[in-house]
Design a protein around this ligand. Structure first.
Ligand code: PXP
Length: 251
């Protein structure tokens, strides 16, 4: 494999909207966060329009699409409602995620293998509209193969389980999960898929994921927005970038 290139950082700004919605006010504004992230060197903006609109709302997506210059990664469930919005906005990328109303966040990966026919038809018009379609999945090779078969350009590997194990101090299990993620990244790359990763990443746990040579992009949200409360978004993104570059052997 060629020397590792720079890893892209997608900043997920959902939780700026969470904070805004907590008071029903107009602030803090997710677009302002996106523009600050752009100025701080983010390579993309990710936002998840959930079916229940608990954080990002339709008007936020419109504003982000119109107001940001770096690529917008539109996260959503594979529903007809979301397809219509995606086809209207034509974002750079669409990341399909599973969504259950009751969950606090996106807890498991998408079951592409179990819903292959429907998802193949679902993504066809999105691809035709020029969107890079990404599947948010676990490292199960069946899910990776199914993603390749239906014509997805990208798989985003779910790092949530690894992050939880690491946070609970279960380091041996976290290592085993990392090994499975590495294997998944290698397999996906060999099938011609671009590999991204994300969920639950922090300063403390990002390095081994950033060091995976096949991984081209990390999407990080909750930790960065939380850290921004203390040190500002610019500094939080700068520190995350520094750690990603270090893990990649670039500094
Ligand atoms: N990638 C995907 C597909 C996600 O659903 C999320 C959470 O919205 C993230 C990345 C970011 O996760 P976190 O907010 O834990 O950094």
């Amino acid at each position: 494999m060629t020397p590792m290139g720079k890893l892209r950082l997608g900043v997920n700004i959902d939780h700026v909207a969470t904070l805004r919605n907590a008071r029903g006010s107009a602030w803090p504004d997710p677009l302002r966060a996106a523009l600050l992230a752009e100025a701080a060197g983010a390579d993309g903006i990710t936002a998840h329009l959930r079916e229940d609109r608990r954080h990002i709302r339709d008007a936020d997506m419109d504003a982000l699409r119109a107001g940001t210059r770096i690529p917008l990664n539109f996260e959503c469930a594979a529903t007809d409602e979301m397809a219509a919005i995606v086809l209207r906005l034509k974002p750079h990328a669409v990341c399909l995620v599973p969504e259950k109303r009751e969950e606090r966040t996106t807890e498991g990966g998408l079951d592409v293998a179990g819903d292959e026919n429907r998802l193949a038809h679902y993504i066809a018009p999105l691809r035709e509209a020029g969107c890079r379609v990404s599947m948010f999945i676990g490292h199960d090779p069946r899910q990776i193969e199914a993603s390749a078969r239906i014509g997805a350009a990208v798989v985003e590997l779910h790092t949530g389980h690894y992050s939880d194990l690491h946070a609970e101090g279960r380091y041996a299990e976290a290592e085993a999960e990392l090994a499975a993620l590495r294997k998944g990244a290698t397999f996906a790359h060999a099938l011609g898929l671009e590999v991204h990763a994300g969920h639950g990443l922090t300063y403390e746990n990002v390095a081994p994921v950033a060091a995976m040579p096949e991984v081209m992009e990390l999407n990080i949200g909750h930790f960065l927005i939380g850290e921004a409360v203390f040190i500002g978004l610019d500094a939080a993104i700068g520190e995350m970038r520094r750690r990603m570059d270090m893990a990649r052997g670039l500094t």
